[in-house]
Design a protein around this ligand. Structure first.
Ligand code: GH3
Ligand code: MG
Length: 320
């Protein structure tokens, strides 16, 4: 069976101590799948981690570590938790089957098996996995701008907070909001508003060159960037670049009540070296407060702060 949208075959890992069983299953499946094999639990777990198969066929009765224990280990590890497991075994008691399924296996097939049934079940479970991966991905992406959404932001901020805390490196975020966007919608219409949001979103990604940098649609016309290993001076430079990228779009906005008749953004940039003194939420609140300050300072500008790891950080500002 081919991967959706590509010519590559899906990979099935067979973990079974019997060479005859492995040979038989591999023969049956090799035209449709890439086959990986392991004849014991421990090497099977290693192959699952390194090769990331699309599905695992797992025997129950094996020396050293039985299939239940292998399943428990695979389900306890983030790297292998989501790989569907089908037990394929001679143990046909209801009790054994219930135990296998309660450990998180998606299916249970008893030997001797009928080839078309095994093939159909494997195909179904790979398709289900593909669909659930797609749904999960879609749930983290904003449909209008195609940027990752606030839910994804929460996950990434938590992850980067942990990493920066361990390495004691600076973590910066930039929160920004389109100026006078309500008037834009009121005068140019909601569709023009949507198209403006999409163009602003695209231009915000341009200054972010490092692979670890990311930007999210935080809500309505608000966006937030996460910049790991980025000190405050660089965060301020990036925020200023974002501001000028959006200004350069020259999207007319005749109702801004300012001398600048184009769409503009206001930004707040906050930097911290994470420690027990602060939480990720403190960083977000600091950026939000700076964004508010930028609005009060006349909009179309950047305000920033290096949060103190010892008392009193120096507020910094730039822009026009
Ligand atoms: P400020 O400069 O203080 O940020 O003023 P503002 O008018 O931008 O802020 P306000 O919060 O009053 O209005 C935000 C507007 O953004 C109101 C809302 O209709 C619009 N908006 C939020 N999400 C969307 C969207 O997905 N599409 C469109 N077209 N408009 C949106
Ligand atoms: Mg706004």
């Amino acid at each position: 069976m081919l991967n959706e949208g590509s010519k590559q075959k899906h990979t099935v890992l067979i973990i079974d101590d019997s060479p005859i069983n492995i040979e038989h299953l591999a023969q049956v499946l090799k035209t449709d799948y890439n086959i990986k094999v392991a004849n014991k639990g421990e090497p099977g777990i290693e192959v699952a981690k390194s090769q990331q198969p699309d599905l695992i066929l797992l025997d129950i009765v094996m020396p050293d570590m039985d299939g239940y224990a292998v399943c428990r280990r695979l389900k306890a590890d983030d790297k292998t938790r989501n790989i569907p497991i089908i037990f394929i075994t001679t143990k046909s008691d209801t009790e054994d089957e219930t135990r296998g399924l309660s450990l998180g296996a998606v299916d249970y097939i008893t030997k001797p098996f009928r080839t078309p049934i095994v093939k159909a079940r494997i195909k179904t479970h790979i398709k289900l996995k593909h669909n659930s991966d797609l749904l999960e991905k879609l749930a983290l992406i904003d449909a209008l701008t195609n940027l990752p959404n606030r839910r994804r932001f929460e996950q990434i901020l938590k992850r980067e907070w942990g990493r920066s805390r361990r390495s004691q490196s600076p973590l910066s975020i930039i929160m920004l909001d389109i100026d006078h966007f309500k008037e834009f919608n009121d005068h140019y219409g909601h569709l023009a508003g949507d198209s403006c949001l999409t163009r602003v979103a695209q231009s915000l990604t341009l200054p972010l060159k490092r692979p670890a940098d990311s930007i999210f649609r935080y809500g309505g016309e608000e966006f937030i960037a996460v910049l790991p290993e980025t000190d405050h001076a660089i965060a301020m430079t990036l925020a200023e670049k974002m501001r000028s990228q959006v200004a350069r779009l020259l999207i007319p906005h005749a109702y801004t009540h300012t001398s600048h008749p184009y769409i503009s953004i206001s930004l707040g940039a906050a930097t911290v070296i994470p420690s027990s003194r602060h939480s990720p939420n403190d960083l977000v609140e600091a950026a939000d407060q700076l964004l508010y300050n930028a609005k009060n300072a006349g909009r179309n500008c950047v305000k920033g702060i290096l949060m103190p790891s010892t008392p009193l950080g120096e507020p910094v500002s730039s822009g026009d």
